[in-house]
Design a protein around this ligand. Structure first.
Ligand code: NAP
Length: 303
């Protein structure tokens, strides 16, 4: 019987693991992938994590993982397939094995949203990508497009502008959502063309992506841009399907929990991008990990 099982090893899960070792809890981290870090691993450069300016996402993820491991945290690569959270003993099933635990921290994070337009699924991996840092290098000297107007879209476009000959940024509004410092950087780049107030209606191509069909939301006109790659960065959706029906969530599938990370079930805590909150960044995910372990300790003392 564990004191705690942490599901997920992005920044929230890794911070929770660091705090749990220092609290001397009997716990294990179950992670889906060989590589810890969650979405951070897909980030080329992280420039707003205090004390580590300009660190690559991969390096930051590895440092966090090493930190937890050096303190004695145990990690297992085991995909969780079901969770039974009711009752004092929670059951977590992963790779056919059932783990029993007094508390659970859910830190499964979020995944990329899709556009849902014709051609997107069919051409995925053949010009359609959700990770510029993973796939950008294939587009040296080519024309590419980025869809979206948030931090990820703008960071991706800046990154791709160093590789591709031209980057179109297709955004559905005439104002970006990304941080101002990123916007200023993007708009100063000579090989970036903004396609404001446009949406993608289809992704075209036989074997590989060849073009995008766009609609201008302001005047209803249509146009085609010829690109070899399209990077879709239209936000994230929470990985909460495993706990759907068990925990209170909002309409977007984010788990309802306050700063103390307490969910609607005693002994179950939600940390990181999975939780309904104002700001989803590495620093807030780490803060959740720390808060969740503090709540776990309080729960264990009281029960
Ligand atoms: P986001 O901030 O939610 O932005 C998503 C963008 O995609 C928005 O511009 C949105 O348009 C657009 N969009 C959504 N659905 C669309 C659709 N169906 N068709 C066309 N466009 C669509 O998501 P994100 O950029 O992936 O970032 C996710 C989270 O990670 C955010 O909280 C972000 O701040 C955080 N993040 C932080 C850092 C960092 O701290 N360095 C780096 C990257 C990401 P509208 O603007 O019109 O809604």
């Amino acid at each position: 019987m564990y004191d705690l099982i942490i599901v997920g090893s992005g920044p929230a899960g890794l911070a929770a693991a660091i705090y749990a070792t220092r609290a001397k809890l009997n716990f294990v981290v179950l992670e889906q992938n060989f590589m810890s870090g969650g979405q951070v691993v897909d980030t080329y450069e992280v420039d707003n994590y205090p004390g580590l300016p300009g660190i690559s996402g991969m390096d930051l993820a590895m440092k966090m993982r090493e930190h937890a491991e050096n303190l004695g945290a145990e990690f297992r690569i085991a995909e969780v397939t079901s969770l039974d959270l009711a009752g004092d003993v929670k059951k977590v099933v992963a790779e056919g094995e059932t783990y029993e635990t007094k508390t659970v921290i859910l830190a499964m994070g979020a995944k990329h949203s899709h556009l849902g337009v014709p051609g997107e699924e069919h051409l995925a991996g053949r010009g359609v990508s959700y990770c510029a840092t993973c796939d950008g290098a294939f587009y040296k000297g080519a024309e590419v497009a980025v869809v979206g107007g948030g931090d990820v879209a703008v960071e991706d476009a800046i990154f791709l502008s160093r590789i591709a000959s031209k980057v179109y940024v297709i955004h559905r509004r005439d104002e970006l959502r990304a941080a101002r410092v990123l916007q200023d950087q993007l708009l100063s780049l000579p090989n970036v063309e903004m396609l404001w107030s446009h949406t993608v209606t289809s992704i075209e191509g036989e074997g590989n992506v060849g073009a995008l069909k766009l609609e201008n939301k302001k005047d209803g006109s249509h146009k085609t841009v010829h690109v070899r790659g399209v990077f879709i960065a239209v936000g994230i959706r929470p990985t909460s399907n495993l706990v759907a029906g068990q925990l209170a969530m909002d309409e977007g599938g984010y788990v309802l929990a306050g700063e103390d990370c307490e969910t609607s079930i005693p002994g179950v805590f939600a940390a990181g991008d999975l939780r309904k909150k104002q700001l989803r960044q590495i620093i807030t995910a780490c803060g959740d990990g720390a808060n969740a372990v503090t709540s776990v300790q309080r729960y264990l003392t009281e029960h």
